[in-house]
Design a protein around this ligand. Structure first.
Ligand code: NAP
Length: 386
């Protein structure tokens, strides 16, 4: 009976009443055999709608055939994390969020054994929002989908790697899925991977928000796929966007930014617009540019206003839809391009990490810092598992 009560409380969650980092090394004692030999798992979870994060014990997860379990070292923080915390998503609580992880593999599912091995260093896009809390990134031992995981080279730290995953999936979803812009996937070929600075050379992508986390991966993946990227940012980030591969960068604060973009793009083959900011204003700015060029499609990370001009269409992006809806694109990007590009230095870990704390107990601080706003920086929490 005592055993059952233990198990019932464990399948819920247990608040971490201990101090500091004591969650790091404990083993589960007196629990069912499947848990007894496993490390003790903890998460920074949202216990109820609109509540602050709490560090609590949660079950060590099961590893499915197409999955991996890692010992999690560093997590990235994204706007979705504090948006979910603000409530209104109709979720069942507790919820473990977190989409960007980097760590070392502890378990490999049967179907993932040809690509991954125990002890390997990896980064992954974690999908707790779509698949449930054992897939959330803000825990010591998250389950990863192997299809949206990449090995990381020895010279890339966990902190550097953790800035990338969600932005890669979101960039790929908006650029390459048939349901969005349907562009060609990036090539593992150095000629295609060199950014073009000549607008007329290649088909052109308009990107709104090149210095954002998502925008940084859009610049890199679209350039590697052979597209010339024209983007917007603050003038302080022009150099940053160009170093990632953008051919031209315009200041979005400039009241003349839309006519200037139209002038720049006129006469070029424009394959569409990627709005990496996704406000109603930015979508309508993209729409005005496309309308003046004769029409086209916008991929938006957020807003989908209904008052678009004729001949301008819009697809909403879901980074979480990449693997389930278009696994071939996920394979081309995550399975082929990303491992090669990280190793060859073609894919840079940007925006640079802004470490705001260490350990699960500091994840809330990370959410608060991300919500304040960042400029070409990615909030990360380091030092999770020891
Ligand atoms: N649908 C999905 O699957 C999905 C996935 C990931 C993210 N998102 C959403 O995508 C948005 C961006 O996320 P993120 O993590 O990339 O954001 P972020 O890095 O936190 O965004 C900050 C950046 O946005 C830029 N920015 C702000 N307003 C802008 C404007 N009007 N025009 C151009 N740039 C502007 C800033 O540029 P400067 O500093 O240069 O001014 C800054 O560098 C969020 O709303 C997020 O929730 C959606």
């Amino acid at each position: 009976m005592q055993f059952l009560l233990h198990w019932l409380s464990w399948t819920g969650y247990q608040l971490n009443t201990g101090s500091g980092n004591e969650y790091q090394s404990e083993q589960v004692i007196g629990f069912p055999p499947s848990q007894a030999a496993k490390p003790r798992n903890y998460a920074a979870l949202i216990p109820s709608e609109k509540a602050q994060l709490e560090v609590a014990g949660i079950p060590y997860p099961e590893c499915g055939d197409d999955e991996l379990i890692i010992k999690n070292h560093v997590v990235g923080v994204n706007p979705i994390d504090w948006k979910v915390q603000s409530g209104g998503f109709g979720l069942e609580y507790p919820v473990v969020m977190g989409e960007d992880v980097a760590g070392e593999i502890l378990e490999v599912g049967t179907n993932a054994k040809h690509n991954f091995h125990v002890g390997q260093r990896v980064m992954a896009h974690t999908v707790g929002f779509d698949k449930g809390s054992s897939y959330g990134g803000f825990q010591l031992y998250p389950v990863l989908r192997a299809a949206i995981t990449s090995p990381i080279p020895d010279d890339l730290s966990f902190t550097e790697a953790a800035v990338l995953p969600l932005s890669i999936s979101t960039a790929a979803a908006g650029l390459f899925m048939n349901a969005t812009l349907g562009l060609n996937s990036p090539k593992t070929d150095t000629i295609f991977s060199l950014p073009s600075t000549h607008v007329a050379d290649n088909p052109v992508l308009l990107l709104w928000g090149g210095s954002s986390s998502v925008g940084s991966s859009v610049i890199q993946l679209a350039s590697a796929a052979g597209y010339t990227v024209i983007t917007t940012s603050s003038s302080s980030n022009f150099k940053y966007c160009k170093e990632l591969g953008a051919a031209h960068v315009l200041d979005y604060h400039d009241p003349e930014v839309v006519p200037k973009l139209i002038n720049l793009l006129k006469g070029n083959k424009v394959v569409g617009a990627y709005d990496a900011i996704g406000s109603v204003t930015t979508v309508l700015q993209c729409a005005s540019v496309l309308e003046a060029l004769g029409g086209g499609k916008i991929s938006s990370v957020g807003a989908a206003p209904s008052n678009l001009p004729p001949k301008v269409t819009l697809a909403r992006i879901s980074g979480g839809a990449l693997e389930p809806r278009e696994p071939t694109v996920a394979m081309e990007v995550w399975g082929t391009y990303v491992p090669w590009a990280l190793k060859s230095g073609r894919l840079l870990p940007r925006p640079k990490a802004l470490i705001v704390g260490k350990g699960l107990e500091n994840v809330q601080k990370g959410l608060d810092r991300q919500k304040e706003g960042v400029s070409a920086k990615k909030v990360v929490i380091a030092g999770l598992a020891k």
